[in-house]
Design a protein around this ligand. Structure first.
Ligand code: PLP
Length: 369
């Protein structure tokens, strides 16, 4: 095998399909600023995700930043340390203080039994993450939020297309933020979206993503530039046509891993959650320290030169500002332990099953050696 196997590989439409989709941009010369492609993708996503309102943005991170800004949150926000750097950074860049709630060791989402003890009179919101595509305990979170008058914003970057109790995941909480980054289940090259119930929030985000400009001579907000351009929207329109097939292919890869790793002791897999229609976004394995050395597998695979595994999330205990700040990683021991034991194996729609089998074989041999 000559080509390298990375943890992920971006899904792309057939080149001709993309060329067809962007052809009319050459007639209109309309490249960005909420053009026809932007509008079309927005409508299609609203329908595919089954959400009441959606705003397209340059990326998932800006979705988080602008939703927080649009809701005018203050003080402290309860969030999870077990996530990509973006979640915490969106909170801090809005001048808010992140308060970290530990995760549960089963699906790695926020441990809802530990939220209430973190609530103070400064808390304004909860920002949980549907990590690896696993759905948070949305009912419990919503009950707590209602009891204390808090907003709930989901980082739904990993849950494109996921449904919970037959409802699009973007319907839960006050808002949900999706990422359409090249490495995600659905991509617009770079891109993201915010879904929300309150239309006023939508108007605010629409303004904020375009410098706060309301009309030809009115600027009524301190905005930024977070508009999705027409080429990215066109990529999204193409990729969305194939999304169901993509998710089906991902499912096959996951099933191949599970059958080939069945019976290997000391490995914990992503759970199959009840009432959840999954998207097979990631294939993390949690490796029992006593049986297998996570670093060991990583070294062996990387040494083979063609398979790369990654620690997602490595960032947790490596963020300089976390180490230098007030946050004590020992206060969230489960997140700390999982971040040490996790390895994310290659997973993408076109990953050949033969390679999956090979990866599993390496893991099984490691175990015996
Ligand atoms: C990818 C990701 C983001 C950020 O999305 P971008 O589109 O890359 O800005 C935020 N949160 C999580 C959990 C992610 O995985």
């Amino acid at each position: 095998m000559s080509h390298k196997i990375l943890v992920t590989q971006s899904s792309m439409p057939d080149l001709n399909e993309y060329v067809e989709e962007i052809r009319d941009i050459w007639d209109s010369h309309w490249l960005t600023n909420m053009g026809i492609k932007h509008q079309k993708l927005q409508e299609q996503l609203c329908s595919y995700l089954e959400v009441p309102n959606i705003e397209l943005l340059t990326n998932g991170h800006m979705a988080l930043e602008l939703v927080i800004q649009a809701m005018n949150l203050k003080g402290e926000v309860i969030t999870t340390p077990y996530t990509f750097a973006s979640t915490t950074h969106a909170i801090v860049r809005n001048g808010l203080k992140p308060v970290f709630c530990d995760i549960n060791p089963y699906d790695f989402t926020m441990d809802v039994s530990k939220i209430e003890e973190l609530i103070t009179d400064k808390t304004s919101a909860i920002i949980p993450v549907h990590v690896y595509g696993n759905v948070c305990n949305v009912e419990e979170i919503s009950d707590i939020a209602r009891k204390y008058g808090l907003k709930v914003i989901y980082d739904a970057a990993h849950t494109f297309g996921v449904k919970y109790k037959n409802k699009g995941i973007g319907n839960y909480g006050d808002a949900s933020c999706f990422s359409f980054h090249a490495t995600k289940v659905f991509n617009t090259i770079e891109g993201g979206a915010a879904c929300f119930h309150n239309e006023a929030i939508g108007k605010k985000i629409y303004g904020l993503k375009n410098f706060g400009i309301r009309g030809p001579e009115e600027v009524d907000d301190i905005g930024t530039n977070a508009k999705m351009n027409e080429f990215c929207a066109a990529m999204g329109i193409c990729n969305l046509r194939h999304i169901e097939d993509e998710i089906k292919k991902r499912k096959k890869v996951v099933e191949c891993y599970l059958s080939n790793l069945a019976g290997v002791t000391g490995l914990q897999f992503n759970p199959k959650q009840t009432d959840v229609e999954p998207n097979y976004a990631y294939f993390p394995i949690i490796v029992d320290e006593e049986i297998l050395d996570a670093v060991g597998i990583k070294c062996v695979m990387n040494l083979k030169k063609w398979i790369f595994v990654k620690k997602i999330f490595l960032s947790f205990n490596k963020c300089v500002w976390m180490l230098s700040g007030e946050f004590d990683i020992n206060k969230t021991p489960i997140a700390l332990r999982i971040s040490k034991q996790v390895l994310t194996l290659p997973l993408y729609a076109d990953l050949e099953l033969q390679i999956v089998e090979k990866i599993c074989e390496i893991i099984r041999k490691m175990k015996m050696g």
